[in-house]
Design a protein around this ligand. Structure first.
Ligand code: SAH
Length: 361
Protein backbone atom coordinates (compact mmCIF):
# COMPACT_ATOMS: atom_id res chain seq x y z
CA UNK A 1 0.00 0.00 0.00
CA UNK A 2 2.85 2.40 0.87
CA UNK A 3 4.34 2.40 -2.59
CA UNK A 4 1.17 3.48 -4.33
CA UNK A 5 1.98 6.00 -7.05
CA UNK A 6 0.71 9.58 -6.80
CA UNK A 7 -0.97 10.37 -10.12
CA UNK A 8 -1.16 14.09 -9.31
CA UNK A 9 2.62 14.47 -9.35
CA UNK A 10 2.62 13.52 -13.04
CA UNK A 11 1.89 15.72 -16.05
CA UNK A 12 -1.26 14.63 -17.95
CA UNK A 13 0.93 13.04 -20.65
CA UNK A 14 2.95 11.10 -18.06
CA UNK A 15 -0.22 10.03 -16.26
CA UNK A 16 -1.73 8.80 -19.53
CA UNK A 17 1.36 6.75 -20.27
CA UNK A 18 1.40 5.28 -16.79
CA UNK A 19 -2.31 4.47 -16.80
CA UNK A 20 -2.21 3.04 -20.31
CA UNK A 21 0.47 0.59 -19.17
CA UNK A 22 -1.65 -0.23 -16.12
CA UNK A 23 -4.77 -0.93 -18.24
CA UNK A 24 -2.74 -3.20 -20.53
CA UNK A 25 -1.38 -5.11 -17.53
CA UNK A 26 -4.90 -5.50 -16.23
CA UNK A 27 -6.16 -6.67 -19.62
CA UNK A 28 -8.50 -3.69 -19.85
CA UNK A 29 -9.25 -1.42 -22.82
CA UNK A 30 -6.78 1.48 -22.94
CA UNK A 31 -9.52 4.10 -23.39
CA UNK A 32 -10.06 3.64 -19.66
CA UNK A 33 -6.75 5.43 -19.13
CA UNK A 34 -8.13 8.59 -20.78
CA UNK A 35 -11.20 8.44 -18.58
CA UNK A 36 -9.03 8.37 -15.48
CA UNK A 37 -6.81 11.23 -16.72
CA UNK A 38 -9.92 13.36 -17.17
CA UNK A 39 -10.71 12.87 -13.49
CA UNK A 40 -7.29 14.09 -12.40
CA UNK A 41 -7.68 17.76 -13.41
CA UNK A 42 -10.34 18.45 -16.07
CA UNK A 43 -13.26 17.07 -14.07
CA UNK A 44 -11.47 16.21 -10.85
CA UNK A 45 -12.69 13.39 -8.65
CA UNK A 46 -12.28 13.50 -4.86
CA UNK A 47 -11.27 9.84 -4.89
CA UNK A 48 -11.26 6.86 -7.22
CA UNK A 49 -14.63 5.76 -5.83
CA UNK A 50 -16.12 8.94 -7.28
CA UNK A 51 -15.11 8.05 -10.87
CA UNK A 52 -18.60 6.76 -11.58
CA UNK A 53 -18.04 6.27 -15.30
CA UNK A 54 -15.64 3.43 -14.43
CA UNK A 55 -16.64 -0.08 -13.34
CA UNK A 56 -16.50 -0.51 -9.56
CA UNK A 57 -13.88 -3.28 -9.83
CA UNK A 58 -11.56 -0.97 -11.79
CA UNK A 59 -12.00 1.84 -9.27
CA UNK A 60 -10.90 -0.59 -6.57
CA UNK A 61 -7.87 -1.73 -8.59
CA UNK A 62 -6.86 1.91 -9.12
CA UNK A 63 -7.25 2.63 -5.42
CA UNK A 64 -4.90 -0.25 -4.63
CA UNK A 65 -2.18 1.04 -6.97
CA UNK A 66 -2.44 4.83 -7.07
CA UNK A 67 -3.20 7.86 -4.90
CA UNK A 68 -4.92 11.21 -5.50
CA UNK A 69 -3.76 13.26 -2.49
CA UNK A 70 -5.95 16.14 -1.37
CA UNK A 71 -4.99 19.37 0.37
CA UNK A 72 -7.05 19.95 3.51
CA UNK A 73 -8.74 23.30 3.97
CA UNK A 74 -8.15 24.28 7.60
CA UNK A 75 -9.31 27.90 7.34
CA UNK A 76 -11.32 29.90 4.84
CA UNK A 77 -11.98 33.62 5.17
CA UNK A 78 -13.89 35.95 2.90
CA UNK A 79 -13.13 39.65 2.60
CA UNK A 80 -15.82 42.29 2.19
CA UNK A 81 -14.38 42.84 -1.33
CA UNK A 82 -14.96 39.18 -2.29
CA UNK A 83 -11.34 38.07 -1.94
CA UNK A 84 -11.16 34.66 -0.29
CA UNK A 85 -8.22 33.25 1.54
CA UNK A 86 -7.57 29.55 2.14
CA UNK A 87 -5.14 27.94 4.54
CA UNK A 88 -4.33 24.39 3.43
CA UNK A 89 -2.71 21.72 5.53
CA UNK A 90 -0.39 19.33 3.71
CA UNK A 91 0.15 15.64 4.46
CA UNK A 92 3.20 16.32 6.69
CA UNK A 93 1.46 19.07 8.67
CA UNK A 94 2.93 22.02 6.79
CA UNK A 95 0.54 24.86 6.03
CA UNK A 96 0.29 26.97 2.88
CA UNK A 97 -1.94 29.77 1.67
CA UNK A 98 -3.95 30.37 -1.45
CA UNK A 99 -5.96 33.51 -2.22
CA UNK A 100 -8.84 33.73 -4.73
CA UNK A 101 -9.37 37.24 -6.09
CA UNK A 102 -12.52 37.82 -8.16
CA UNK A 103 -12.59 40.79 -10.53
CA UNK A 104 -15.37 41.15 -13.10
CA UNK A 105 -15.68 37.82 -14.86
CA UNK A 106 -12.17 36.70 -13.90
CA UNK A 107 -10.96 34.90 -10.81
CA UNK A 108 -7.24 35.10 -10.14
CA UNK A 109 -5.80 32.46 -7.85
CA UNK A 110 -2.66 33.47 -5.98
CA UNK A 111 -0.79 30.24 -5.24
CA UNK A 112 2.18 29.18 -3.10
CA UNK A 113 5.24 27.35 -4.38
CA UNK A 114 7.07 26.74 -1.08
CA UNK A 115 6.07 26.32 2.57
CA UNK A 116 7.64 29.44 4.01
CA UNK A 117 10.40 31.27 2.17
CA UNK A 118 14.14 31.65 2.63
CA UNK A 119 14.50 35.10 1.12
CA UNK A 120 13.54 37.32 4.08
CA UNK A 121 12.43 40.40 2.16
CA UNK A 122 12.10 43.05 4.87
CA UNK A 123 8.39 43.83 4.36
CA UNK A 124 7.11 40.28 3.77
CA UNK A 125 5.32 38.13 6.36
CA UNK A 126 6.37 34.87 4.69
CA UNK A 127 10.03 35.86 4.90
CA UNK A 128 9.64 36.33 8.65
CA UNK A 129 8.57 32.69 9.13
CA UNK A 130 11.57 31.18 7.37
CA UNK A 131 11.80 28.33 4.89
CA UNK A 132 10.27 24.92 5.61
CA UNK A 133 10.33 23.06 2.31
CA UNK A 134 9.59 23.08 -1.37
CA UNK A 135 6.10 22.09 -2.44
CA UNK A 136 5.61 19.00 -4.59
CA UNK A 137 4.00 19.25 -8.04
CA UNK A 138 0.62 18.07 -6.78
CA UNK A 139 0.70 20.56 -3.90
CA UNK A 140 1.23 23.46 -6.32
CA UNK A 141 -1.29 22.48 -9.03
CA UNK A 142 -3.51 20.99 -6.31
CA UNK A 143 -4.32 24.48 -5.04
CA UNK A 144 -6.26 25.08 -8.29
CA UNK A 145 -7.70 21.55 -8.26
CA UNK A 146 -9.11 22.14 -4.79
CA UNK A 147 -10.99 25.21 -6.07
CA UNK A 148 -12.74 22.97 -8.60
CA UNK A 149 -13.68 20.56 -5.82
CA UNK A 150 -15.39 23.16 -3.66
CA UNK A 151 -19.17 23.24 -3.55
CA UNK A 152 -19.87 25.49 -5.37
CA UNK A 153 -16.56 25.42 -7.24
CA UNK A 154 -14.49 28.59 -7.72
CA UNK A 155 -13.86 28.91 -11.47
CA UNK A 156 -10.21 30.00 -11.64
CA UNK A 157 -9.33 31.86 -14.87
CA UNK A 158 -5.88 33.23 -13.96
CA UNK A 159 -3.03 32.01 -11.77
CA UNK A 160 -0.24 34.06 -10.20
CA UNK A 161 2.68 32.57 -8.26
CA UNK A 162 2.49 35.33 -5.67
CA UNK A 163 1.61 33.34 -2.59
CA UNK A 164 4.23 31.92 -0.26
CA UNK A 165 7.68 31.10 -1.57
CA UNK A 166 10.00 31.77 -4.47
CA UNK A 167 8.79 29.73 -7.46
CA UNK A 168 12.09 29.85 -9.32
CA UNK A 169 13.87 28.27 -6.34
CA UNK A 170 11.55 25.29 -6.76
CA UNK A 171 11.77 24.99 -10.54
CA UNK A 172 11.92 21.18 -10.37
CA UNK A 173 8.27 21.17 -9.25
CA UNK A 174 7.09 24.48 -10.74
CA UNK A 175 8.12 23.40 -14.26
CA UNK A 176 5.78 20.35 -14.42
CA UNK A 177 3.14 22.26 -12.40
CA UNK A 178 3.07 24.90 -15.18
CA UNK A 179 2.44 22.07 -17.66
CA UNK A 180 -0.48 20.81 -15.60
CA UNK A 181 -1.94 24.31 -15.20
CA UNK A 182 -1.80 25.00 -18.93
CA UNK A 183 -2.38 21.60 -20.61
CA UNK A 184 -5.92 21.16 -22.04
CA UNK A 185 -5.85 17.68 -20.44
CA UNK A 186 -4.81 19.35 -17.20
CA UNK A 187 -6.33 22.52 -15.78
CA UNK A 188 -6.50 24.20 -19.20
CA UNK A 189 -5.56 27.74 -18.15
CA UNK A 190 -4.06 29.83 -20.97
CA UNK A 191 -0.32 30.47 -20.62
CA UNK A 192 -0.87 34.23 -20.87
CA UNK A 193 -3.10 33.92 -17.83
CA UNK A 194 -0.36 32.33 -15.73
CA UNK A 195 2.24 34.63 -14.11
CA UNK A 196 5.41 33.49 -12.38
CA UNK A 197 6.64 36.11 -9.90
CA UNK A 198 10.28 36.10 -8.84
CA UNK A 199 12.83 38.16 -6.96
CA UNK A 200 15.07 37.58 -9.99
CA UNK A 201 16.50 34.06 -9.72
CA UNK A 202 18.57 34.16 -12.89
CA UNK A 203 18.79 30.45 -13.85
CA UNK A 204 15.05 30.16 -13.28
CA UNK A 205 14.31 33.13 -15.55
CA UNK A 206 16.36 31.48 -18.29
CA UNK A 207 14.52 28.17 -17.78
CA UNK A 208 11.11 29.88 -17.91
CA UNK A 209 12.15 31.74 -21.06
CA UNK A 210 13.02 28.45 -22.73
CA UNK A 211 9.50 27.14 -22.35
CA UNK A 212 7.61 27.56 -25.61
CA UNK A 213 4.38 28.65 -23.91
CA UNK A 214 3.74 32.35 -23.30
CA UNK A 215 3.86 32.17 -19.50
CA UNK A 216 4.20 35.63 -18.01
CA UNK A 217 7.12 36.75 -15.89
CA UNK A 218 6.87 39.31 -13.10
CA UNK A 219 10.00 40.49 -11.31
CA UNK A 220 9.92 41.95 -7.82
CA UNK A 221 12.17 45.00 -8.20
CA UNK A 222 11.04 47.14 -5.22
CA UNK A 223 14.09 49.44 -5.40
CA UNK A 224 15.91 51.10 -8.31
CA UNK A 225 19.41 50.90 -6.80
CA UNK A 226 21.54 48.08 -5.42
CA UNK A 227 22.08 49.81 -2.08
CA UNK A 228 18.38 50.19 -1.32
CA UNK A 229 17.41 46.85 -2.87
CA UNK A 230 20.04 45.16 -0.75
CA UNK A 231 18.43 46.50 2.40
CA UNK A 232 14.94 45.38 1.39
CA UNK A 233 15.85 42.11 -0.35
CA UNK A 234 18.94 40.24 0.90
CA UNK A 235 18.86 38.04 -2.25
CA UNK A 236 20.16 41.09 -4.13
CA UNK A 237 23.67 40.01 -3.05
CA UNK A 238 23.31 36.84 -5.07
CA UNK A 239 21.29 38.31 -7.94
CA UNK A 240 22.14 42.02 -8.18
CA UNK A 241 19.89 44.50 -9.89
CA UNK A 242 22.01 44.97 -13.03
CA UNK A 243 21.99 41.21 -13.73
CA UNK A 244 18.25 40.97 -13.07
CA UNK A 245 17.64 43.84 -15.50
CA UNK A 246 19.84 42.13 -18.09
CA UNK A 247 17.86 38.89 -17.68
CA UNK A 248 14.60 40.82 -18.13
CA UNK A 249 16.01 42.39 -21.30
CA UNK A 250 16.85 39.09 -22.93
CA UNK A 251 13.66 37.35 -21.80
CA UNK A 252 11.78 36.93 -25.04
CA UNK A 253 8.44 38.17 -23.73
CA UNK A 254 7.39 41.33 -22.03
CA UNK A 255 8.01 41.39 -18.29
CA UNK A 256 6.24 43.15 -15.46
CA UNK A 257 8.11 44.90 -12.66
CA UNK A 258 6.51 44.70 -9.25
CA UNK A 259 7.19 47.61 -6.98
CA UNK A 260 5.75 47.64 -3.47
CA UNK A 261 5.30 51.22 -2.24
CA UNK A 262 7.06 51.74 1.10
CA UNK A 263 6.36 55.12 2.68
CA UNK A 264 9.48 57.32 2.81
CA UNK A 265 11.68 54.43 1.66
CA UNK A 266 11.35 53.88 -2.09
CA UNK A 267 8.58 56.29 -3.10
CA UNK A 268 10.48 59.55 -3.82
CA UNK A 269 10.64 61.34 -7.14
CA UNK A 270 14.27 60.26 -7.65
CA UNK A 271 13.17 56.65 -7.19
CA UNK A 272 10.52 57.12 -9.84
CA UNK A 273 13.08 58.54 -12.28
CA UNK A 274 15.59 55.75 -11.69
CA UNK A 275 12.89 53.07 -11.85
CA UNK A 276 11.63 54.56 -15.11
CA UNK A 277 15.09 54.29 -16.64
CA UNK A 278 15.30 50.59 -15.71
CA UNK A 279 11.80 49.87 -16.97
CA UNK A 280 12.49 51.59 -20.29
CA UNK A 281 15.69 49.61 -20.67
CA UNK A 282 13.75 46.35 -20.78
CA UNK A 283 10.38 47.74 -21.96
CA UNK A 284 8.82 46.50 -18.74
CA UNK A 285 5.34 47.23 -17.51
CA UNK A 286 5.34 48.50 -13.91
CA UNK A 287 2.84 47.39 -11.27
CA UNK A 288 2.79 49.62 -8.22
CA UNK A 289 1.65 47.59 -5.22
CA UNK A 290 0.32 49.36 -2.11
CA UNK A 291 2.05 47.85 0.92
CA UNK A 292 -0.23 45.38 2.64
CA UNK A 293 -0.07 46.43 6.28
CA UNK A 294 0.77 43.56 8.61
CA UNK A 295 3.73 42.18 6.70
CA UNK A 296 6.98 42.40 8.61
CA UNK A 297 6.99 45.37 10.95
CA UNK A 298 8.68 48.72 10.50
CA UNK A 299 7.14 49.97 7.25
CA UNK A 300 4.23 52.28 6.51
CA UNK A 301 2.24 52.31 3.27
CA UNK A 302 2.79 55.20 0.87
CA UNK A 303 -0.35 57.39 0.93
CA UNK A 304 -2.69 56.96 -2.06
CA UNK A 305 -2.08 60.46 -3.46
CA UNK A 306 1.67 59.86 -3.42
CA UNK A 307 1.25 56.50 -5.22
CA UNK A 308 -0.80 58.32 -7.86
CA UNK A 309 1.91 60.96 -8.22
CA UNK A 310 4.60 58.27 -8.48
CA UNK A 311 2.60 56.65 -11.27
CA UNK A 312 2.35 60.01 -13.09
CA UNK A 313 6.10 60.48 -12.74
CA UNK A 314 6.65 57.10 -14.41
CA UNK A 315 4.14 57.85 -17.18
CA UNK A 316 5.88 61.15 -17.86
CA UNK A 317 8.95 59.02 -18.61
CA UNK A 318 6.97 56.92 -21.11
CA UNK A 319 6.65 53.92 -18.83
CA UNK A 320 3.42 51.94 -18.74
CA UNK A 321 2.22 51.62 -15.19
CA UNK A 322 -0.74 50.31 -13.21
CA UNK A 323 -1.56 50.83 -9.57
CA UNK A 324 -2.75 47.56 -8.10
CA UNK A 325 -5.73 47.67 -5.84
CA UNK A 326 -5.07 46.33 -2.40
CA UNK A 327 -7.40 43.38 -1.96
CA UNK A 328 -8.45 41.48 1.12
CA UNK A 329 -6.88 43.93 3.57
CA UNK A 330 -9.50 42.97 6.18
CA UNK A 331 -8.53 39.30 5.99
CA UNK A 332 -4.76 39.86 6.01
CA UNK A 333 -4.44 38.48 2.50
CA UNK A 334 -0.86 39.58 1.87
CA UNK A 335 1.86 37.04 1.38
CA UNK A 336 2.16 34.86 4.52
CA UNK A 337 -0.28 36.73 6.69
CA UNK A 338 -2.97 34.14 7.35
CA UNK A 339 -0.50 31.47 8.30
CA UNK A 340 1.21 33.88 10.69
CA UNK A 341 -2.14 34.71 12.28
CA UNK A 342 -3.15 31.09 12.76
CA UNK A 343 0.12 29.46 13.67
CA UNK A 344 2.00 32.31 15.23
CA UNK A 345 5.42 33.47 14.16
CA UNK A 346 7.75 30.54 14.39
CA UNK A 347 11.43 30.85 14.78
CA UNK A 348 12.71 30.86 11.24
CA UNK A 349 14.43 27.59 10.57
CA UNK A 350 16.78 26.57 7.81
CA UNK A 351 16.96 30.12 6.55
CA UNK A 352 20.31 29.42 5.00
CA UNK A 353 18.64 26.80 2.84
CA UNK A 354 17.43 28.23 -0.41
CA UNK A 355 15.23 25.50 -1.73
CA UNK A 356 16.19 23.94 -5.01
CA UNK A 357 18.03 26.29 -7.30
CA UNK A 358 19.19 23.64 -9.73
CA UNK A 359 17.73 24.09 -13.14
CA UNK A 360 17.50 21.19 -15.51
CA UNK A 361 18.52 21.95 -19.06
N1 SAH B 1 8.95 35.24 -4.22
C1 SAH B 1 8.20 35.79 -5.30
C2 SAH B 1 6.68 35.54 -5.22
C3 SAH B 1 5.97 35.68 -3.89
S1 SAH B 1 5.62 37.31 -3.25
C4 SAH B 1 8.46 37.30 -5.42
O1 SAH B 1 9.02 37.86 -4.49
O2 SAH B 1 8.14 37.88 -6.45
C5 SAH B 1 4.58 38.08 -4.41
C6 SAH B 1 4.68 39.57 -4.35
O3 SAH B 1 4.10 40.11 -3.13
C7 SAH B 1 6.11 40.08 -4.39
O4 SAH B 1 6.24 41.16 -5.29
C8 SAH B 1 6.31 40.53 -2.95
O5 SAH B 1 7.36 41.45 -2.84
C9 SAH B 1 4.95 41.10 -2.61
N2 SAH B 1 4.72 41.32 -1.19
C10 SAH B 1 5.22 40.65 -0.12
N3 SAH B 1 4.79 41.18 1.04
C11 SAH B 1 3.98 42.22 0.71
C12 SAH B 1 3.25 43.18 1.46
N4 SAH B 1 3.24 43.15 2.78
N5 SAH B 1 2.54 44.11 0.77
C13 SAH B 1 2.53 44.12 -0.58
N6 SAH B 1 3.20 43.25 -1.34
C14 SAH B 1 3.94 42.31 -0.71
Amino acid sequence: MNDRENLLDLTPAQALERLTAFMRDEGLPVYRARQVVRHLWVAPAREFAGMTDLPVALRERLEARFTLPRLTVVAREKSADGTEKFLFRLADGEAIETVAIPEGNRVTLCISSQAGCALQCAFCATGAMGFSRNLAVHEIAGQVREMRLLDPPIPVTNVVFMGMGEPLMNWKAVDPALTILNDPNGLGIGARHITVSTVGVLPGIVALGKRPEQFRLAISIHAPSDSLRQELMPINTKYPLAQVIEAAKVFDRRVTFEYVMLGGVNDGEEHALNLAALARECRAFVNLIPLHPGGARGFTPTPGHRIAAFARELRAQNVEVAVRKSRGVDIAAACGQLRVERLGRRTPRATQQHGDVDVKR
